[in-house]
Design a binder for this molecule. Structure first.
Ligand code: NAD
Length: 268
């Protein structure tokens, strides 16, 4: 049985990430010596190292697994030996398990993480009509999760119309793409709205839509988790809407990744 874990996170601008701490604490709770390293391509020494070399080095050094974040979640797919069906459908990988022979398998725990965060924080919320803004890496996982959660009609808007259209077409007939300029009627008739854009982070201040459109019965979820209370959630709360911040997705994606790495289930 595994007694130690060597894990890492590959991405850009991840020095403040809480992921290493979450995994190391979880490892300790399971009596596993867990070392979790950040491999930040924003650092000068790594800036010119291509992803395939970073991955090969991790395999050579005996890493048991990696989390993958922006900007590599899509790019990593073609470098892996295997990619599970969910990650393949979503088109993005955030967790790579490396077996003893050095074979790499990609998974996506953002979708399951969002779904479980949603059930925990907004369980029972109406979901006949849901609007999702943002069809990037997180948005792709969220859209698949919302479909699994039984959303009747999902409307996706993105400033890249093409990205929204491609995602809607991939998921199914219950999903449509609209232009961000057509959000008003969609939001006023929605049961819930999900922000899957970076708007609300310090670098992207503001809200992704005009919150005066929100009815008090409309729930609002945000994937942004830094800060946890985005301007969108603060304004929605002030109106009396039920809200869900990005922490449930962040914690649950880590729990699922830890289980893939270690075979042990973490407590939520
Ligand atoms: P991304 O760049 O891949 O995608 C963002 C998408 O939003 C793009 O398609 C972009 O065109 C669109 N967009 C940006 N501004 C918009 C606007 N005003 N209106 C409509 N569309 C807009 O980024 P990402 O990796 O999907 O990350 C998005 C956010 O999700 C980030 O804040 C990230 O930190 C967060 N995230 C959270 C979790 C979690 O566990 N809670 C997991 C992954 C990502």
């Amino acid at each position: 049985m595994t007694r130690s874990l060597l894990l890492g996170l590959i991405g850009e601008g991840i020095s403040a990430s809480r992921t290493p701490r979450m995994h190391e604490d979880e490892g300790a709770a399971h009596d596993l010596t867990t070392i979790y390293r950040t491999i930040d391509i924003g650092e000068e020494s790594l800036a010119s190292v291509p992803l395939n070399e970073l991955l090969a080095s991790a395999v050579r050094l005996g890493f048991d697994g990696l989390n993958i974040t922006h900007p590599f979640k899509q790019q990593v797919i073609e470098l892996l030996d295997e990619v599970d069906l969910v990650a393949r459908r979503i088109g993005s990988v955030n967790t790579v398990v490396i077996d003893e022979a050095g074979r790499t398998t990609g998974h996506n725990t953002d979708a399951t993480g969002f779904a479980r965060g949603f059930e925990a924080g907004l369980g029972g919320a109406a979901r006949n009509r849901v609007v999702q803004i943002g069809a990037g890496g997180a948005g792709r996982a969220v859209a698949f999760a919302l479909s699994e959660l039984g959303v009747g009609e999902l409307t996706i808007a993105d400033i890249s119309a093409e990205r929204a259209q491609d995602l809607a077409a991939e998921i199914g007939d219950h999903v449509r793409a609209i232009s961000t300029s057509d959000l008003e009627p969609a939001i006023t008739s929605a049961d819930g709205v999900v922000n899957a854009t970076p708007v609300g982070m310090a670098a992207f201040p503001g809200t992704p839509f005009d919150t005066s459109l929100l009815d008090t019965q409309t729930w609002v979820a945000d994937v942004v988790y830094f800060p946890l209370e985005t301007q969108l959630l603060a304004e929605a709360k002030a109106k009396g809407c039920r809200t869900l911040d990005g922490s449930g997705m962040a914690v649950n994606q880590a729990i699922d990744a830890f289980e893939l790495f270690s075979g042990r289930r973490a407590d939520p």
